[in-house]
Design a protein around this ligand. Structure first.
Ligand code: ZN
Ligand code: ZN
Length: 149
């Protein structure tokens, strides 16, 4: 990593801000409009088409479930990070729908994203059971749990 002086850091910050303002005006606003672009996954290099997701906002690769850190708030494309967001967990919403927790490999940002219809089911399940497969305590403790003597 390159180290910048405080003054240079400020300058970079201003350039970044100007860049995101410029981008906000020149690109489609995906907060309000469907994202129907095909792309090459930056993580596994799969070619991803918008078809098959059953949602108009495909935001991660259906094969490896990774995405790219491009948003500050969903769909705004205002982040200049560009790091790979890896799927670290799965959670279930009130309505029973699954969502993936993504964490950026570059800056550590965490976000939650709806799963798509064609997301890799094996990988989804393996992410969901990972904490159970790797408990932070010996399994023998479970046998003793709940008994008083
Ligand atoms: Zn991928
Ligand atoms: Zn990031």
């Amino acid at each position: 990593m390159k180290r910048y002086s405080p003054r240079e850091k400020n300058r970079q910050k201003m350039i970044n801000q100007l860049g995101s303002i410029d981008r906000a005006h020149s690109q489609t606003d995906y907060r309000y409009e469907p994202c129907n672009e095909s792309f090459h996954c930056k993580n596994c290099n799969s070619f991803v088409l918008p078809e098959g997701a059953a949602t108009s906002h495909r935001n991660h690769c259906p094969k490896c479930l990774s995405s790219i850190h491009v948003d500050i708030t969903p769909g705004d494309r205002a982040s200049l990070c560009g790091g790979v967001m890896e799927p670290i967990s799965v959670w279930v919403r009130k309505n029973g729908e699954w969502a993936i927790i993504h964490r950026c490999r570059s800056c550590g940002e965490i976000s939650s994203n709806r799963i798509a219809a064609d997301d890799n089911p094996t990988l989804l399940m393996s992410i969901a059971v990972k904490p159970l497969a790797l408990p932070p305590f010996p399994l023998v403790l479970l046998e003793n749990a709940g008994t008083t003597n």
